[in-house]
Design a protein around this ligand. Structure first.
Ligand code: AHR
Length: 520
């Protein structure tokens, strides 16, 4: 007995006993009920949309290498990048900006490339833009990827005539000046361009307007965005910067009846301080936590803006278009600060997963979202280094989640303890479920806790369940990432951590992981 007491005293003093007690606590216990008998609408595939701006190495190098490049390409567009994007079923791609859009004059980007005028990209590094990637190249990219284009027009420094002529150039089949110019530039048939943005961040880089002034500008510019032939434009008005609910109220009240969609921009900054955002790799658990906490704020933002939209649009006719979102870190050391190049880790995969779960859950209002950005900028799908290319952890989440596109949202009830730090708390588990057209139920479930595995009991109410399969994205460290020398360090693997227990499915979800379960 004396020896046992001595041993206990030693364990207490050496701190080992506290770790034993932590071990007792080391599992997150959760329950998920999927209500398969209460379908709640369709998850618009466009929620899984992308954004590509003339910024840093997104367009040039990341997508466009030119026809004479030794990098394999089709009409100047990288084959490896297109092949990777096809695997994602990218539904829609936004272009040419961002802030760049309100300085972009589309006529500079058509015709023979060696005759195109140059401009300074004042927002992004002050580099000279030679306009070799323009309207034809972008629409060719969309055709190669198999996605719809979403073009953002220039309200800030452009004219209504310029906007009108751009839409005519792309979509008219008439014997008209702009349609004939397109034909002269080698494209006989008009393109279908459904999604058109009337300005970008008009409250900031797009003109520093007040919402009243923007509303009047929207009325004016939108008048000249015409429907030619069978093309019907889905008109997207500039929406709020994060939680600026006044912008949403004023624009909805003034021009809600003239728009089809209203945008929302929200970026996740780990520190909340634009001056010193935090690094993309080699971060602390505190930064892991604050990044996920801020990413989860997207849910509150969507609800708040949606409630305002409900006042004048209770039928939810107008789509919320979250056309810029994602994590924004300090740039990689040694890179051009204006190029916004950052690494992408397991943390970003979790941010993507929780954000897409949020959008799924609000699919009655959120009709499109476009993560920023496609290649080499901010929370990218793909990074390139000359002829080399890697897929980021965020790419893998988009690939795993593509099963939710156009599926029917199934409501879930999730109960789990919080993950707490510094007197703040976020949920330790986050999930979303849908049923696809073939009747398969998909559950995307995330363990946000970087240390504790989770034991989750899943019930599917109102449906028979058969075969179960799964895939998992995880790693041993919070900042695990892919490099050009080790491009497969973080990639999805088959998931087998589940077993049937009567009516329930018992899942063991490793710490810091994203799982997609398919229940037939
Ligand atoms: O995505 C980078 C920039 O962020 C965009 O150009 C702008 O719209 C936003 O502020």
């Amino acid at each position: 007995m004396k020896r046992v007491k001595k041993l206990l005293a030693f364990l207490l003093l050496s701190g080992m006993i506290s770790s034993v007690m932590a071990d007792d606590n080391s599992t997150v216990n959760g329950q998920i009920v999927i209500h398969a008998d209460q379908p709640r609408g369709t998850i618009n595939r466009n929620i899984y949309g992308q954004f590509s701006e003339h910024l840093g190495r997104c367009i040039y190098e990341g997508i466009w290498v030119g026809e004479d490049s030794p990098i394999p390409n089709t009409r100047g567009i990288r084959n490896d990048v297109v092949a990777a994007l096809k695997q994602l079923n990218v539904p829609v791609l936004r272009w040419p900006g961002g802030c760049f859009a309100d300085e972009y004059h589309w006529k500079d980007g058509i015709g023979p490339r060696d005759k195109r005028p140059k401009m300074i990209n004042t927002h992004w590094g002050g580099v000279v833009e030679d306009n070799s990637f323009g309207t034809h190249e972008f629409l060719d990219l969309c055709e190669q990827v198999g996605c719809e284009p979403y073009i953002c027009g220039n309200v800030g420094s452009g004219t209504p005539q310029e906007m009108m002529e751009w839409v005519e150039y792309m979509t008219s089949d008439a014997d008209s000046p702009m349609a004939n110019l397109r034909r002269a530039n080698g494209h006989k048939e008009p393109w279908k361009v459904r999604y058109f943005g009337v300005g970008n961040e008009s409250w900031g880089c797009g003109g520093n307007m007040r919402p009243e002034f923007y509303s009047d500008n929207f009325r004016r510019y939108n008048t000249f965005v015409k429907n030619y032939g069978t093309n019907r434009v889905y008109r997207i008005a500039c929406g709020s910067n994060g939680d600026d609910t006044n912008w949403t109220s004023v624009v909805m009240a003034n021009v809600g009846n003239r728009m089809n969609g209203l945008s929302l921009h929200y970026y996740t900054i780990p520190s909340g301080n634009w001056g010193k955002k935090g690094p993309a790799t080699q971060f602390s658990e505190g930064e892991w936590f604050s990044t996920l906490r801020r990413a989860l704020e997207m849910g509150e933002l969507v609800q708040r803006h949606s409630a305002i939209m409900d006042k004048t649009d209770p039928q939810k006719r107008i789509g919320m278009i979250v056309d810029e979102w994602g994590v924004w870190y300090d740039v990689e050391p040694g890179t051009n600060p204006g190029f916004l190049y950052q690494q992408n880790t397991l943390r970003d995969a979790l941010v993507a997963g929780v954000t897409l779960n949020i959008f799924n859950d609000h699919c009655d209002r959120v009709k499109m979202a476009n993560i920023a950005q496609l290649v080499n900028v901010l929370q990218s799908m793909i990074l390139t280094d000359k002829e080399r290319m890697l897929l980021t952890p965020t790419y893998h989440v988009f690939e795993m989640y593509k099963v939710h596109q156009d599926a029917t949202l199934l409501p879930i009830e999730l109960s789990a303890p919080d993950y707490k730090r510094d007197e703040k708390a976020i949920p330790s588990l986050h999930a979303s479920a849908s049923r696809d057209k073939a009747g398969r139920v998909h559950l995307s479930v995330i363990n946000l806790d970087p240390h504790r595995d989770a034991q989750i009991s899943v019930k599917v109410a109102g449906a028979q369940t058969g075969t179960i399969t799964g895939r998992i994205l995880t790693a041993t460290t919070m900042d695990a990432h892919n490099t050009f020398d080790h491009p497969d360090a973080v990639k999805p693997a088959p998931f087998t951590g589940f077993e049937r227990k009567g009516e329930e499915i018992a899942i063991t979800l490793p710490s810091k992981s994203v799982v997609m379960l398919e229940i037939q």
